[in-house]
Design a protein around this ligand. Structure first.
Ligand code: AMP
Length: 213
């Protein structure tokens, strides 16, 4: 199974991705997680990416395409993968098409989670992230069992630097300007499955699951 999760920041892509990677036993390839791990490790890649991320801008395409090329070469991607937060530009999608063609592979579905901007700002400003295992919580709608502590791994939860309101608005503007053209791109390839992303995570999970039935 080869999947892409598309949708604005804070649409619940990461949460829904968790269900799908378990269901299909495939790795989740999140460029955001790879970049954050690289920043934490003090690596060159992280140093280059951090200024873009903190400013709510996209990291340049060549950097991202390099990350994906390296990640796809890992053996666990042989059985499929789920891209979360990639591609984010038409240039990235075209580079992915070229990599897939080289590998003799095809995408199965592009799941696009639709959420209006007004809902996103409220969601992201309350978002809590685990810096260790990337699990997400929300102070109001999905609180952890113990305040400030990850249910999954017990690490302390944080508010991401780029989950501040001003940065969120910039990330949304990037989504509409640079990423939303991918909706038409994948619709043209008959791969797009649109999901209404407003509601409780479990209900949205059922809508996503229906794509695979
Ligand atoms: P995310 O966790 O997917 O919301 O990504 C956090 C930040 O990492 C984004 O706001 C971008 O600055 C950067 N980023 C992640 N994935 C990409 C990508 N595919 N293209 C460009 N920038 C990215």
């Amino acid at each position: 199974m080869r999947l892409i999760m598309l949708g604005p920041p804070g649409s619940g892509k990461g949460t829904q991705a968790q269900n799908l990677i378990q269901r299909f036993d495939i790795p989740q390839v999140s460029t955001g997680d790879i970049l954050r791990a690289s920043i934490k490790a003090g690596a060159d890649l992280g140093r280059k990416a951090k200024a873009f991320m903190d400013a709510g801008q996209l990291v340049p395409d060549d950097v991202i395409i390099g990350i994906i090329r390296e990640r796809l070469a890992c053996s666990d991607c042989g059985k499929g993968y789920l891209f979360d937060g990639f591609p984010r530009t038409v240039a990235q999608a075209q580079a992915l098409d070229a990599m897939l063609a080289e590998r003799g592979e095809k995408l199965d579905h592009v799941v696009c989670i639709d959420v209006p901007d007004a809902n996103i700002v409220g969601r992201l400003t309350g978002r809590l992230t685990c810096p260790n295992c990337s699990a997400m919580f929300h102070v109001k709608t999905m609180p952890p069992k113990q305040a400030g502590v990850c249910d999954r791994c017990g690490n302390a939860l944080i508010v991401r630097d780029d989950d501040k309101e001003e940065t969120i608005r910039k990330r949304l503007a990037n989504y509409h300007g640079q990423t939303s053209p991918l909706i038409a791109y994948y619709d043209g390839k008959k791969l797009l499955r649109r999901i209404d992303g407003v509601g409780a995570p479990a209900d949205i999970g059922q809508r996503v699951a229906a794509v695979f039935e």
